[in-house]
Design a protein around this ligand. Sequence first.
Ligand SMILES: Cc1cc2nc3c(=O)[nH]c(=O)nc-3n(C[C@H](O)[C@H](O)[C@H](O)COP(=O)(O)OP(=O)(O)OC[C@H]3O[C@@H](n4cnc5c(N)ncnc54)[C@H](O)[C@@H]3O)c2cc1C
Length: 423
Amino acid sequence: MKFTPFWQDDCPRPADLPVADEPPGNVDVAIVGSGYTGLNAARVLAATGARVAVLERHTIGWGASSRNGGMATPGIKQAQSVIRKRYGEELARKFWQASLDAIDLLDEIVTTEGIDCAWRRCGHVQLAAKASHFPMLQEKAVSFQREYGHRYRVLERSQLTEEIGSRYHFGGLVDEYSGGLHPARYVYGLARVAARRGATLCEQTDVRRIRRAGSRFVLETGKGEVEAVEVLVCTNGYTDELVPGLKARVFPVGSYIIVTAPLPADLQDRLSPNRRMYYTTKNFLNYFRLTPDGRMLWGGRNDLSTDLDLETSAKILYRQLCSVFPELHDYPPTHSWSGHLGLTFDLMPHIGRIQGVHYAFGYGGHGLSIATYVGTEAGLLLAGKKASSPFAEIPHPTMFFYRKRPWFLPAVAQYYRLLDRVS
Ligand SMILES: Cc1cc2nc3c(=O)[nH]c(=O)nc-3n(C[C@H](O)[C@H](O)[C@H](O)COP(=O)(O)OP(=O)(O)OC[C@H]3O[C@@H](n4cnc5c(N)ncnc54)[C@H](O)[C@@H]3O)c2cc1C
């Protein structure tokens, strides 16, 4: 078993990716982090003629953007009902619409830029993990149709075999809006688009310090200094103490994935007849799908830590996988890996500014399309091509008890496990 992300193994960083040997000395906008957020911001900023540098500590797309499940689904991390209560009807509508627009934007970028990343509007099924969860799914279908005109198709338990080759779950909701792709191929494709627009991409360029120099910023990197008029930090779950106060606004949570070897075509047809993507209703949920080359990808949280041993993680995830698909007993995992989600205390993505430095992050497990959208919005705001974004309008809460280490996660994990047990 390999402990590297399958996606990076299947599609290693292309040798001809247009990266610079050295970062430019002087730019209009320096972007820290080269995932979907940073590259999309770079894509739109560079298109306006701005001089943009994307500074990445590792290789392009190294973070969550080449490690995720590749599932773009409507909604954001926070529940829509909470969003409505907290921000009111109008903003709630904007956030919901943004989550749909995000998928359409992803679709548009991939299609118009010709990014070969196996993108398909395949839809997803949310599966009731317990009998008591099915009524919640039925209510969700009714309320989303009523409030937002969004259509979910409810599947009774007896109808599930139309969508999944398993008798494990208690009903489901089909959403045709969603799409799936190969995350690494998407991020490398985005990098090429940003570079084509004129952005300079810099790898192995760790930003170690940002200091003010008059009206400008100087970024001290492992490869020399970069002077910039504006700085946009797009480091999400990998945010460190680079900008004082920023780390307190987002904390890392681990997400873990395994994949099997490619499955025979008839087995793929049985397990996932319509090639949907799936996730379950628990807090400690599982997400799964077939990869473009026909492997079963199975993801979950295990616990919330970012450092669980990957062999232990593979054992836990594979046990879960086999309880849902007993036919996969003969297909042990070939890859086990993990990555960091970035969570905010209100479970909302944010575009903000601290000490003059701009930032965009906080997607939880919903960053494929939302990071694409929020990165684009952040870029357009900086370029003056947009006056506002709902993600920049809401307050960004911090908690006095978190500054450096998310010591509270084990207690939170226990709480959510308890909720899963009693729900
Ligand atoms: C295992 C896993 C599964 C997931 N599955 C899904 C899914 O199916 N669907 C979905 O919608 N979302 C999913 N997500 C979430 C999604 O992948 C992320 O929200 C999204 O990729 C975030 O993109 P980003 O550009 O903001 O951050 P990232 O892609 O994490 O990029 C941040 C980058 O910043 C760099 N960096 C950090 N500090 C510095 C520094 N000081 N100097 C230079 N560079 C720095 C890092 O090296 C990193 O490459 C998943 C995430 C994980 C980890």
